[in-house]
Design a binder for this molecule. Sequence first.
Ligand code: ATP
Ligand code: ATP
Length: 525
Amino acid sequence: MIRFEDITFRYASSDTLRLTSVSFEIEEGELCLVVGPTGSGKSTLLGCINNLVPRFTGGVRTGRVFIDGVDTTLLQPRELATTIGYVGQDPLAGFVTDTVEEELAYSMEQLGFAPAEMRRRVEETLDLLGIAELRARDLRTLSGGQQQRVAIGSVLASSPKVLVLDEPTSALDPIAAEEVLALVSRLVRDLGTTVVIAEHRMERVIEFADSVLLVGDDVLHGDTRSLLASSPIKPPLVELGLRMGWQPLPLTIREGRRLAAPQRRAWAGATPALRAPEPPSEPSLSARDVIVRYGAKVAVGGVDLTLHRGEVVALMGRNGCGKSSLMWAMHGAGRRDGGTVTVHDAGNPAEAGVALVPQTPSDLLYLTSVAAECAQSDRASGLPEGSTLALLRRLVPGIEPEAHPRDLSEGQKLAVVLAVELAGNPPVVLLDEPTRGLDYAAKQALSEIVAGMAAEGRSVLIATHDVEMVAQTCERVIVMAEGELVSDGPVREILSSSALLATQVAKVANPTPVLTVEEFIDAAR
Ligand SMILES: Nc1ncnc2c1ncn2[C@@H]1O[C@H](COP(=O)(O)OP(=O)(O)OP(=O)(O)O)[C@@H](O)[C@H]1O
Ligand SMILES: Nc1ncnc2c1ncn2[C@@H]1O[C@H](COP(=O)(O)OP(=O)(O)OP(=O)(O)O)[C@@H](O)[C@H]1O
């Protein structure tokens, strides 16, 4: 269905080849998972499928692309829109209309669907993606996850033969992500749709994938199990399987549980000792009765929350439950319709160095090179020259200092903003979904940096849907629902008591509450 013949590509502003002689073939009805380190070229490769690369991005591409047997090498992306549905990494950037309903209908209008058919499909899509109550909403006022669902719905509505999804679940809560992926795999099964998905959190997609495209210096296409065995990036379960020497390598929780059965029996006889949470130190930030309203909508309904020095806390909860609104209110720059936020040892949070890395971090990059952003950050925080750049290199290596921030991959942009915000060592740091576009190594680096900040007595609050990141990084988890806090406790208690929030390792080890690969291995010794 999709055939790349010797595709080579270079962006106009760079001397480096991004894709070198890439050839592969994806069959009709195949679900192919595209994986690779941050900035390795996954989005670039996806863009070549419908010619967004090079038509929109510029640059030089050689080689040929065939879709459904037709040579599409020289076609415009819109000429391919009947066959290929494409959802990019930033849903807001892809929207062409103002409201949810209009957006769902748009591609069908362009493709000349009859009005009655269009109506039927819009209704069906609203239900399938659970966004019926958002139908009349302005797209710009939706939460990140709500936007992502609308973007996916808008391409699904016209049932294209090929679906290209660039990190489609990065902003979705665990249930929404499962639902979207189940929906996509149903399209593959029932309609024979061909699907190409780039995804960093492979653990979610792997059980649906027929094949993997591994993007690195070379691009390899092959069977999921055999490629993952030698891949530099792997989900926690595969990592655990390799380290425990399990054969065949487990890809699903069910396979993992079967292989872990002897270990679970051993733990049932002798409970392993696991790390206990530290008692809290003195508070660094207290929020009392915080209220955020948008017209009649109460997004945050009177929240009390205290962060303590040296604490790394996760803020979790369904899409649209109010996490970003609460963070902005705590930061001081966002709306707050009631309540108080006190940063201890300082009065006003805006002046007291509460740093916030927003969900769309690229809004904060305005200089013309990565080096200039880093130098500006060093000056602003009174740091020795090169400090911010060094931090960036720890997070995501290989970013060219001369590159224009606009030309970076999504994960690279996020890394630059993280480096700039963290370099100044603010006493309280709020990170709103800081893992989009980050590979496992970058997430590990972020965990280590955050742990270092906590060790110096700073407090970090991370809003995220990424349970693996939470297990690795946070000691305490707060869960929100409908604008209120519904639970608050040690990470082990919250993640292991909820099937919804359990990590892959927790599911394999259940009922023993180990959460991460390291913990499993230690406890198995
Ligand atoms: N318009 C552009 N001009 C120059 N270089 C670019 C441009 N867009 C991307 N790049 C570079 O090409 C490389 C690949 O980018 P791409 O977005 O394809 O990566 P990715 O694997 O999708 O990354 P991520 O995991 O962060 O989404 C990166 O190093 C990036 O800096
Ligand atoms: N300007 C606005 N007008 C109306 N409703 C809004 C506006 N901004 C946000 N909302 C709504 O407020 C609720 C909370 O949004 P918020 O962005 O805080 O959620 P979130 O928990 O961060 O979600 P996600 O996990 O999807 O990022 C959502 O239902 C959202 O649709």
